[in-house]
Write a protein that binds this ligand. Structure first.
Ligand code: HGY
Ligand code: MN
Ligand code: MN
Length: 413
């Protein structure tokens, strides 16, 4: 069969997606494999076993990123594809996993067809993409791309207090390969959209041309615990009220700044967290995102101003710790066009997209031409066990990935 007529084995890909989803499975069909936990180790071990079954040469680097290399006819910089297999606590089965297993399926399709590519292919999964346990998100690919020194990354503390470097050793993924072991010719990531656009418009493929900026901070609010019944309102220094006021403020900020601005308070911890005690302390996270860097800075500045007023009026102390800050990213126009040409040739409906979520591809874009392929998320749901993508859409995404990687792997330069 000519390479142009190759198609992935969609059923085999579905089987692997199911097998990986069974590791750390949670009610509702999703999975929970927080980075560097035992479930993440089990997921890693499973993908490494599949890599070895397919004859890939496996390497693990010092931050736990894992690479499976399929040799090319020539010893040239490889074409890389992959994503992540760590999940959030209420993760779906496709977020990240589809990008890694889709790349594995491309390798197996080429193996079955006896197709050799000029350039080597590398299937990759990166450490702690979600940033749910350790911040920042995309940590492994950020280190890989030289955006965060390894020594600093190893010292990052988890939300449960564990030290990242210790967890890597504990699960056996403190690898020997140097950071940046491969300098890719190009990087392509297949991923579910995690938003409502493709599903609502009935479109199969998103050719992702850019990705919005991300600002994460942790706020620590110190007030004064006191009796919920006896303390007059005018004498309160209520950290619980202040935390709620922040959440309310950022929602108002998005209404004010328009559709491009999103804001989320996803984590609030109160102390002592009891019904009849005015909270002495609060720790909360604020996730701000915008496709426009200047507007994202404006949102950050308006929040900082609000915090000053709130601290003064409520008589509490508020400090902020930056957890992540990434500017918006534009993907490589030539690779995006390649995805579009392949999609057109395969006959799938498509459109250009902006990614609302962060992805490893945004970090690889710092060191090589990178882009992404999106497939629809049913009702736009993600970071939720109900996350779903239709089998036909998964097959389509896998085929677009197959032929995009094939074309890139035949490129002279
Ligand atoms: O936060 C994100 O956008 C990604 O899921 N890490
Ligand atoms: Mn993801
Ligand atoms: Mn995610």
């Amino acid at each position: 069969m000519s390479a142009g007529n190759l198609r992935i084995n969609a059923e085999r890909l579905q089987c692997r997606l199911q097998a990986l989803a069974d590791i750390g499975a949670i009610d509702g069909g999703g999975c929970c494999r927080l980075a560097l936990t035992d479930d993440d180790r089990r997921g890693r071990d499973q993908v490494v076993a599949w890599m070895r079954e397919l004859g890939l040469q496996v390497q693990v680097d010092a931050i736990g990123n894992v690479f499976g290399l399929r040799a090319g006819l020539r010893d040239l910089p490889p074409v890389m594809s992959g994503s992540h297999i760590d999940t959030v606590r209420t993760g779906g089965r496709f977020d990240g996993n589809l990008g890694v297993l889709g790349a594995l399926e491309v390798v197996q399709t080429l193996n079955d067809a006896g197709v050799q590519t000029e350039r080597p292919l590398v299937v990759a999964f990166f450490t702690n993409e979600e940033g749910a346990r350790f911040a920042p998100d995309m940590l492994g690919s950020l280190v890989y791309a030289g955006g965060l020194p390894l020594a600093q990354a190893l010292e990052v503390r988890a939300i449960d207090g564990a030290r990242l470097g210790d967890e890597l050793v504990r699960i056996g993924y403190a690898g020997a390969a140097p950071i940046g072991v491969y300098q890719p010719h190009a990087f392509v990531e297949l991923h579910v959209e995690q938003g409502p656009v493709l599903d609502a418009e009935g479109i199969t493929i998103g050719a992702v041309e850019d990705l919005q900026g991300i600002s994460w901070q942790e706020l620590s609010i110190t007030g004064q615990s006191n009796h919920a019944g006896t303390t007059p309102m005018r004498l309160r220094h209520d950290a619980g009220y202040a935390a709620a006021a922040v959440s309310h403020f950022v929602r108002g900020l998005t209404r004010d700044m328009g559709a491009g601005q999103v804001a989320t308070v996803g984590k609030i911890d109160l102390h002592p967290n009891l019904i009849n005690v005015i909270a002495a302390r609060a720790k909360l996270t604020v996730d701000l995102r915008n496709t426009d860097e200047a507007l994202l800075q404006q949102a950050e500045a308006r929040l900082a101003e609000f915090l000053e007023t709130l601290a003064r009026d409520e008589g509490v102390e508020i400090t902020s710790r930056r957890l992540a800050r990434f500017e918006p990213v534009c993907f490589d126009a030539a690779v995006v066009q390649q995805i579009e040409r392949v999609t057109q040739r395969l006959g799938y409906p498509q459109r250009r997209m902006t990614s609302g979520a962060g992805h490893d591809a945004q970090m690889l874009a710092r060191i090589c031409p990178s882009a992404m392929i999106f497939v629809p998320s049913t009702k736009g749901i993600s970071h939720n066990p109900a996350e779903h993508t239709a089998e036909a859409d998964i097959a389509a995404g896998g085929n677009v990935l197959l032929h995009t990687l094939l074309e890139l792997a035949q490129q002279e330069n």
